[in-house]
Design a protein around this ligand. Structure first.
Ligand code: FES
Length: 589
């Protein structure tokens, strides 16, 4: 196996040529053809909706609808998109090694396969007869033929149109839900449009039918319609019905061929491979299964927000063993992996189809959301960084809370957290967590250790100022002013996003974290407000020699460490901010 150092960085991640690039092209073509079909269905439904005005309005709309979709270019685009989309869906059905999939995908598949047989008679009876037998398929004629003569066909048509519309909308939703703007507020509006569009269309058809029923009471109107449509001859009708029957047989034959090809592939597979998961669960599959399919086959929960289309990244896995046997990521997979800043031992489970044994660890919970696939800083994946860590805690708060009502305790604590959180964020720090009445914050995660140490000192000074202000504001609610202890230390720690979905945050782990916590508690023995390790002062290039320097024994360190003990953090020198643009001016009491 190549060493991690020998592998390329995410930014320079190579992608596989040839076949994998072909798959990217397939995905894009399927999406594009689907969008074309959805536009066609949308304009068709819009034309129906004009029935709410009158039958005449429907015919008027048809005069604009037909020239777009029945001219040679429109015809090529429409039927080309239909053929390509159907072909690619059938290919996807063949290519899938497992037919286990979430219910929403099952419904989309069923909807997709139900549309062609439901629409066959309508398409051949209208477009086919128009092209070959000069039928003028007026709305009036279609409404009579479909609803008056054959209401069952009317119901089939409505079902087909609704299925086509919602099949397209679901596909569009899967695509858009990975876009931040969609989740940020557009989704409910588009959902409303998706519901109202067919509702208006059906209402238009119902209104058109009502008008037709009234007009049919005038024999002259029916005769005029019959004359205008150029009703097909018996030969033409026989051709239409024969073609519909042949299309049913053709569709059935294609489905049977795909099922047979899948069975043959399964029977001919000579070899199996093992996919191993972190809890030592193993799944045996034939080569060609994606890892996501392997998970689904064996009921292992696995996130897949985009349904295995290689867009969301939520199925990502860390490859523990077997990376060297995997082909490089396709262009599309490489793009998604680069977007989330994944190191090169992270791959998309839906895109890798191992042909050797492999060990993987899914990185997200099965309940992952679309936001988990949005662009994220690389450090969230976990990395070792040298940063500054700040701990702060209220002194004697337990005694205070025992004497107060729970409501008062929560009120004071929330005021306190606001007073401490704002200076930390203003200084450039990242609030890690609030633990009871304590605060933990990280500095320099992205800006480096020097900047982090300067920001942490800035934050400590501002926190002290903020506390003084809070004590003034709460003087009637507190038996005595609140006091805090702050500890700041620096060192190499592991930084990353950790936790379970609802409680996940960026945090740090390492000896330096424990040491910073120890410095915070040492304020009690030093009767001080702030204890800063000498290493922080060195990195920050700040002269703290005006403050007492002490030695402190810390568990896990062989030697006592040097610290600066600061009675009042407001006495810290005013620093030119590490960001270079902000300068804190404050008076010390
Ligand atoms: S399931 Fe969305 S990228 Fe794999």
């Amino acid at each position: 196996m190549p060493t991690p150092a020998a592998r390329p960085t995410p930014a320079a991640r190579p992608s596989a040529a040839g076949g994998a690039r072909g798959l990217d092209w397939i995905a894009r073509t399927r999406l594009t053809s689907g969008v074309v079909l959805l536009v066609y269905v949308a304009t068709h439904l819009l034309n129906h909706a004009l029935g709410l005005i009158s039958l005449g309005a429907m015919e008027w709309g048809r005069n604009y609808f037909l020239p777009v979709w029945r001219n040679p270019v429109g015809t090529l685009v429409l039927y080309g998109a239909l053929s390509v989309h159907l072909g690619l869906v059938l290919y996807a059905l063949f290519r899938r090694r497992s037919l286990r999939m979430p219910m929403r995908e099952v419904l989309q598949f069923i909807a997709g396969f139900a549309i062609p047989p439901l629409l066959a008679l309508h398409v051949i009876g209208n477009r086919g007869l128009y092209e070959l037998h000069n039928l003028n398929d007026l709305y009036a004629w279609v409404l009579i033929a479909v609803w008056v003569s054959d209401p069952i066909e009317g119901i089939r048509l409505v079902a087909a149109l609704l299925l086509a519309w919602f099949h397209g909308c679901i596909g569009l939703h899967f695509w858009l839900k990975l876009k931040p703007w969609y989740a940020a507020g557009w989704a409910p509006w588009l959902f409303t449009v998706a519901l109202l569009w067919p509702a208006f269309s059906l209402a238009g058809v119902a209104a058109g039918l009502r008008e037709v029923a009234i007009l049919l009471e005038q024999p002259a109107w029916a005769e005029a319609v019959a004359a205008e449509i150029n009703y097909p001859s018996a030969e033409g009708l026989a051709w239409a019905l024969g073609t519909v029957r042949a299309s049913y047989w053709g569709m059935a034959a294609i489905l049977v061929a795909i099922v047979a090809a899948r069975l043959a592939r399964h029977v001919l597979a000579r070899r199996t491979i093992t996919v191993t998961y972190p809890d030592a669960r193993t799944v045996t599959v034939t080569p060609g299964h994606s890892v996501l399919e392997a998970s689904r086959n064996s009921g292992i929960p696995h996130a897949s927000v985009c349904g295995g289309r290689g867009r969301c990244s939520t199925c990502r896995v860390r490859i523990a063993h077997g990376l060297e046997h995997l082909p490089p990521p396709s262009e599309e997979e490489a793009r998604v992996l680069t977007r989330i800043g994944a190191p090169d031992n992270i791959r998309l489970a839906c895109q890798i189809r191992p042909d050797h044994d492999i060990s993987v660890a899914p990185l997200l919970a099965a309940t992952a959301q679309p936001a988990d696939g949005h662009r994220r800083p690389a450090y969230l994946q976990g990395s070792e960084r040298e940063i500054a860590i700040l701990f702060a805690d209220i002194r004697s708060f337990t005694q205070f809370s025992e004497k107060k009502l729970p409501y008062d305790v929560v009120f004071v604590l929330n005021q306190y957290f606001r007073a401490m959180g704002a200076p930390i964020e203003r200084a450039g720090g990242q609030l890690d967590k609030f633990i009871g009445d304590g605060v933990m914050a990280l500095f320099g995660v992205r800006g480096g250790v020097k900047r982090g140490c300067r920001e942490a000192l800035d934050a400590a000074r501002e926190m002290s100022l903020s506390l003084a202000e809070l004590n003034t504001n709460l003087k009637d609610d507190l038996p005595e002013p609140m006091r805090i202890g702050i500890g700041i230390h620096t060192g190499a720690v592991v930084v990353g996003e950790m936790g379970y979905p609802a409680a996940r945050s960026v945090t740090a782990i390492g000896v330096a974290v424990k040491t910073a916590s120890r410095l915070e508690t040492s304020n009690t023995e030093f009767h001080s407000q702030l204890v800063v390790s000498a290493e922080v002062a060195t990195h920050a290039e700040v002269d703290l020699s005006a403050f007492p320097r002490r030695q402190l024994t810390v568990r896990g360190r062989d030697e006592p460490m040097d610290v600066f003990v600061i009675e009042d953090a407001r006495q810290l020198p005013v620093l030119e901010s590490a960001k270079g643009s902000r300068r804190i001016e404050a008076a010390v009491d």
